[in-house]
Design a protein around this ligand. Structure first.
Ligand code: DAT
Ligand code: MG
Length: 151
């Protein structure tokens, strides 16, 4: 068992389309545990730092414009192998390659409007959590149902 934390973001299209509840419901039903949440408008400079690995690519300016176009919900969630688990639940970056049953496969059409971000590994999870949250914004809490999700 590897209890991990991952950084998730419901992007501006998820907020604008009223899909926060639908997506959060799937993550909660899986049994993952929320430890931090913040509804915010990302400053351009922070969006550029978050997506620094894509700087210089053709889609970068459009990506930053989209990510800063309206409020987003940034979050930290905890669970067994959650980093890869959430990547599976999200589906591939291009929703047209994401199978039905995944968030992007069920609810999105284009890469540039793919609803959700999730860290792609332990190092990016740590980096992204620290980029968006202070320690006091992250809750260590026990949930009485935890033993029914993880042994
Ligand atoms: P993911 O979000 O699945 O981790 P990524 O890190 O490769 O994918 O890219 C980050 C975001 O950048 C992605 O969610 C949407 C955008 N993006 C990536 N490739 C793109 C492309 N070829 N055209 C337009 N947007 C793209
Ligand atoms: Mg990525």
């Amino acid at each position: 068992m590897a209890i991990e934390r991952t950084f998730l973001m419901l992007k501006p299209d998820a907020v604008q389309r009223g899909l926060m509840g639908e997506i959060l419901g799937r993550i909660e039903a899986k049994g993952y545990k929320p430890v931090a949440m913040k509804f915010m408008r990302i400053p351009k400079e922070l969006a550029e730092r978050h997506y620094a690995e894509h700087k210089g690519k053709g889609f970068f300016p459009g990506l930053i414009e989209y990510m800063t176009s309206g409020p987003v919900l940034v979050m930290v969630w905890e669970g067994d192998n959650i980093i890869m688990g959430m990547r599976s639940m999200m589906g591939k970056t291009n929703p047209q390659d994401a199978p039905l049953g995944t968030i992007r496969g069920d609810l999105a059409q284009q890469t540039g409007r793919n609803l959700i971000h999730g860290s792609d590994g332990p190092e990016s999870a740590k980096r992204e959590i620290e980029l968006f949250f202070n320690d006091y914004e992250i809750q260590d809490w026990k949930r009485s149902l935890d033993p029914w999700f993880t042994e």
